[in-house]
Design a protein around this ligand. Structure first.
Ligand SMILES: Cc1cc2nc3c(=O)[nH]c(=O)nc-3n(C[C@H](O)[C@H](O)[C@H](O)COP(=O)(O)OP(=O)(O)OC[C@H]3O[C@@H](n4cnc5c(N)ncnc54)[C@H](O)[C@@H]3O)c2cc1C
Length: 230
């Protein structure tokens, strides 16, 4: 099954933000233990970036089981807890009561993302901090801590970077990469049940194991030749 893929999300306000990246978010899949932190990139189809690719790698089997239809939670300010975010909002209310909420983002959130989060929290464009009702303050906190998206699919077949699953490692001799089941059969690369995160690990596995298997096959061929021609 595929690993290292991006998520499709149909949410119209997210699509407005295509091209925006946020350096650190926490992404999680409710009902699973899948939770990752890192940079997020908004695409024309949904979300990508290291945090999403890592989630797709650790969750390759689980997300396949959901047929790539699941809820995704994003915490946009993972370095702050709920109380700290609420205090940040309250501080703005005291310091800049006459400014509109939509025009005073919390760093490091990009202004365009902040705007959409404020609107998604049901706060009107012209609402000033001084007029922000308690319930709206709470909704904005919730939106910042846990925006919920519905993922409706993944990047298309063959666009993903790696496959998860493959030949069981216990069926292979790791010194030679020879099958323990079938004589004279050797494995390397994607065929094996190994998949790594980004960073060249998949290439490294393919090349190192390819070298090992090649050496072992050459040695086997050499000893077979010697047996035939003593
Ligand atoms: C878009 C993309 C980006 C990637 N980026 C990275 C990255 O940055 N870092 C990283 O570590 N990994 C990356 N990967 C993963 C990495 O490319 C693979 O893990 C690695 O190439 C696997 O090597 P392999 O030799 O097992 O398979 P492959 O590289 O897929 O080689 C298999 C070869 O077999 C050939 N073949 C298939 N069927 C037959 C047949 N019947 N007869 C003859 N030949 C056949 C194919 O044409 C192909 O050349 C990326 C993959 C993709 C798709």
């Amino acid at each position: 099954m595929p690993s290292l893929f991006t998520f499709h999300i149909a949410s119209p306000w997210l699509r407005e933000l295509a091209g925006i990246s946020v350096e650190l978010v926490e992404a999680s899949v409710p009902g699973t233990r899948l939770r990752e932190s890192g940079a997020l990139l908004v695409t024309h189809w949904g979300v990508s970036g290291p945090v999403i690719l890592r989630l797709s790698a650790w969750g390759a089997r689980a997300l396949h089981g959901f047929n790539y239809q699941f809820s995704l939670h994003i915490n946009w300010l993972p370095h702050l807890d709920g109380e700290a975010i609420s205090a940040e909002l309250a501080a703005r209310r005291h310091a800049q009561p006459a400014r509109t909420v939509i025009n005073t983002p919390i760093p490091p959130l990009p202004a365009r993302l902040w705007e959409q989060l404020v609107l998604a929290a049901g706060i009107a464009r012209d609402t000033r901090w001084a007029a922000l009702a308690r319930a709206a303050h709470h909704r904005l906190c919730q939106q910042l801590i846990r925006t919920e998206f519905q993922v409706t699919g993944k990047s298309l077949n063959k666009e993903e970077f790696v496959t998860c699953g493959g030949v069981r490692l216990s069926d292979v001799n790791f010194k030679t990469m020879a099958s323990r089941i079938c004589l004279d059969l050797y494995f390397a690369g994607e065929l094996l049940d190994i998949d790594g995160l980004m960073g060249g690990f998949n290439f490294q596995v393919a090349w190192i194991i390819g070298w090992l298997a090649g050496q072992a096959m050459a040695a086997d061929a050499e000893s077979a030749r010697r047996e035939e021609w003593p």
